[in-house]
Design a protein around this ligand. Structure first.
Ligand SMILES: [Zn+2]
Ligand SMILES: [Zn+2]
Length: 160
């Protein structure tokens, strides 16, 4: 029942695909993903290649994250373009998987007439969040004595 709540832009209707390459380009607000750093609006560009029941999903996701600089604590927005590269195979009812299916982390499974890319997109965005974001490589950080942002002005404190 939970799937009903997922917005339709995160599904690809397999029956609507023709053999070969199918291209999609659209935007979605991204609110459903519930990623606090994610700014409203994601652009999704997909090239779905259908070869029988096998679907190769390639493309790009373009989005903005609001990050907090680890040195000066200032919030800033950074644009990201991440690629999608995934294969969807029909769920094998026997449960026996081939070597490719068990070993390739980019292989996903679908049942029914749609594939759901919400988890794929969510993971790509979460993985793109830097562990130690910096507003700039040369960020001077904050003064440990008075707390002033040293990128804006020198505070005059005597620091070693
Ligand atoms: Zn900074
Ligand atoms: Zn200071």
């Amino acid at each position: 029942m939970e799937e009903i709540k997922i917005p339709k832009e995160y599904f690809i209707n397999i029956e609507g695909l023709r053999e070969g390459v199918n291209e999609f380009k659209y935007t979605t607000d991204g609110l459903y993903l519930e990623i606090s750093e994610l700014q409203k609006g994601i652009e999704i560009q997909l090239k779905v290649t259908k070869i029988g029941k096998r679907l190769i999903v390639r493309g790009k996701i373009i989005f903005n994250l609001e990050l907090e600089c680890a040195r000066c604590l200032k919030k800033y927005v950074l644009n990201f373009t991440e690629s999608i590269n995934s294969v969807f195979l029909p769920n094998n009812p026997s449960g026996i998987k081939t070597e490719e299916e068990t070993e390739d982390p980019d292989v996903n499974f679908y049942t029914g007439k749609t594939i759901n890319i919400v988890q794929l997109i969510r993971d790509i965005i979460l993985l793109s969040i830097p562990i130690k974001p910096l507003c700039d490589d040369s960020c001077k950080g904050i003064c440990l004595l008075c707390g002033k942002n040293l990128n804006e002005a020198d505070c005059g404190c005597r620091r070693e």
